[in-house]
Design a protein around this ligand. Structure first.
Ligand code: OOB
Length: 554
């Protein structure tokens, strides 16, 4: 297949904003049938034509609402026309911060249809993160709920606008306050909209981050749709699948592994769960006859503990995927008997590569490994500190390259030089080993990131905030082991000699007041006189972690 040259979307320079695959790789992925020239907009159109009256989506906002494939398709068209009428077009970025509701899917498909790029913020993000996403992506619009989880998102907008001059429009699902109600946007399409091309960007996903701010991850229609198709095949998703979206719909895991997009691709039914607790979720499993869902390890633990006591009928549940953070073998062994369904482990990343254990793997492999890559064309290297391959079965840094793994972050040439090898492998920052069967086992992490039960915290981001406190001389954030979350955050703080000493609670309140997601506020704060140092004089995070561990035992 040849790709005709097309004019670049407004304000974007192909291959520069988002590094892309060299032509020989693109060619190979097309020839292998991985990239099939599909787009999200057309995918929904085709499904709606094939089975218009089948239910695509159920949500509870707050009452039960359903959308058939035809209704979802029409809503996307009308919303796309409305967005276009407000000057949003191909290549424009729109930060979308919506909870698990039908509006989320409608907005995202409307933007896909226009070739505008959703930037997927999480509902937990606050002004600091949102201002960064809007400013860095030069977003023209920001879509929010009115109030979610007791937080009024309209309160964020003044500060966000101040920091993001390109932002023209704020759309609110619900009561708009002084902004535009999402329900006022749709209008009848006056003609065909310009269609994005399959190899163009579809959206920007967020990285967990290891530096001060999250990087943006550019994903194309071709590459992401391939990961959906591959995931559906591995997980057995089909038209009878009823997928419960328990985690925030904007995260890569519930979106595509196989997630709500995979389920829609297969013509199945997506049920948006408003809250992840077992009481809410178990009631919906019973009521909606849910067959599949995806959980992070702490939630899997909670569900496993609650299931034996529930009066709810969970018998429809066939498969639970668990991933996002290391799932302990002991916890994994308990899931299948407690929930009466199959377990599949997922080790994935928004940058691309996703590994799954397989339904026909033996039970030991399912509880002790994090699975195999989706694609035969996912290239895996496990290397030492000098990028040399380690012997079979040994631990090392995981590097990967393939048909749905990005070749670079959005507008980050400097960072890309260290995050990718010269020949295009992504440095995942994960330490893994490979079993004789090729399954990967995640042993740890080389990157400076804390994985708080699947929610990623970049220590540098929080350290920078705490450093701004007038009484703080220096700070270092490390992970400490936690039975439930896997890891919690501990801030070691050195105070200035001349300042009134704050309490731990005041340090936490200071971080919260800066407007960051609640999961980034340090769980623990400990005041120390000095930090241990490495041989070259850098703060030794390893030293701090072991000091914290021995303090815990005392
Ligand atoms: C998923 O995506 P991200 O981008 O939030 O985080 C990726 C990182 C990985 O590099 C790894 O450090 C960690 O999260 N991780 C795991 C894991 N799954 C992810 N660590 C240990 N065991 C696992 N099973 O978290 C994500 C994206 C798609 C599917 C599933 C998870």
């Amino acid at each position: 297949m040849t790709i005709e040259p097309i004019p670049a979307p407004s304000g974007l320079t192909p291959g520069v904003d988002a590094p892309t695959w060299p032509e020989e790789f693109a060619e190979r992925y097309r020839r292998a049938g991985h990239w099939r020239g599909e787009t999200f907009g057309r995918m929904l159109r085709e499904r709606a034509a094939a089975h218009p009256d089948r239910v695509a989506l159920v949500d509870f906002a707050p009452g039960r609402r359903t959308r058939t494939y035809r209704q979802l398709d029409e809503a996307a068209d009308r919303l796309a026309a409305g967005f276009a009428g407000r000057g949003i077009g191909r290549g424009d970025r729109v930060v979308v911060q919506l909870p698990n509701t039908a509006e989320f899917a409608e907005v995202v498909f409307a933007l896909f249809r226009l070739g505008a790029l959703p930037v997927f913020a999480l509902p937990a993000h606050r002004d600091t993160e949102i201002t960064h996403f809007c400013a860095f992506s030069e977003a023209v619009a920001y879509v929010i709920p009115d109030v979610h989880d007791g937080f009024d998102h309209r309160d964020l907008t003044t500060r966000v606008r101040r920091g993001a001059p390109e932002l023209r429009e704020i759309f609110v699902a619900g009561d708009p306050g002084g902004h535009t109600a999402l329900s006022d946007v749709p209008c009848d399409p006056s003609g065909p909209l310009p269609e994005p091309r399959p190899h163009e960007l579809a959206f920007l996903q967020l990285s967990g981050g290891t530096t001060g701010v999250s990087k943006l991850i550019p994903r194309t229609h071709d590459d992401y749709l391939y990961s959906l198709r591959g995931s559906n095949e591995i997980c057995g998703v089909d038209a009878d699948t009823r997928f419960l979206v328990v985690l925030p719909a904007a995260h890569n895991f519930p979106m595509s592994s196989p997630g709500w997009l995979g389920t829609l691709y297969a013509g199945g039914r997506v049920v948006m769960c408003p809250k992840p607790d077992p009481t809410t979720a178990f009631a919906l499993i019973e009521q909606e006859r849910i067959t599949m869902t995806g959980l992070v390890p702490p939630l899997a633990l909670l569900w496993t503990d609650s299931a034996p006591r529930t009066e709810r009928d969970l018998s429809s549940l066939e498969l639970v995927l668990v991933g996002g953070a290391k799932y302990s073998e002991q916890a994994a062994r308990r899931l299948e008997p407690a929930l009466g369904c199959r377990l599949m482990q997922v080790f994935g990343m928004a940058e691309g590569l996703v590994n799954y254990t397989r339904l026909d793997d033996d039970p030991e492999t399912i509880v002790t490994t994090q699975g195999l890559p989706i694609s035969p064309d996912d290239e895996i290297r496990i290397v030492d500190d000098t990028d040399r391959d380690v012997p079979d079965g040994a631990f090392g840094h995981l590097l990967t390259r393939g048909p749905y793994t990005i070749r670079g972050y959005w507008r980050a040439p400097e960072h890309n030089r260290s995050a990718f090898t010269e020949d295009g492998f992504y440095r995942t920052g994960d330490i893994v080993r490979r079993t004789a069967s090729g399954h990967l086992v995640v042993e740890g992490r080389a990157k400076d990131q804390i994985n708080r039960g699947g929610e990623k915290v970049a220590p540098e981001e929080i350290e920078n905030i705490i450093l701004a406190h007038p009484a703080v001389h220096d700070v270092s954030l490390v992970a400490v082991p936690d039975d439930y979350l896997g890891e919690r955050t501990l801030a070691h703080v050195i105070l200035r000699a001349d300042a009134e000493p704050p309490t731990a609670a005041q340090i936490k309140a200071f971080v919260r007041a800066r407007g960051v997601a609640a999961y980034k506020v340090p769980d623990l704060v400990r005041f120390v006189d000095a930090f241990p140092h490495t041989g070259v004089g850098k703060v030794s995070k390893k030293g701090l972690r072991s000091a914290a561990a021995s303090a815990e035992q005392r």
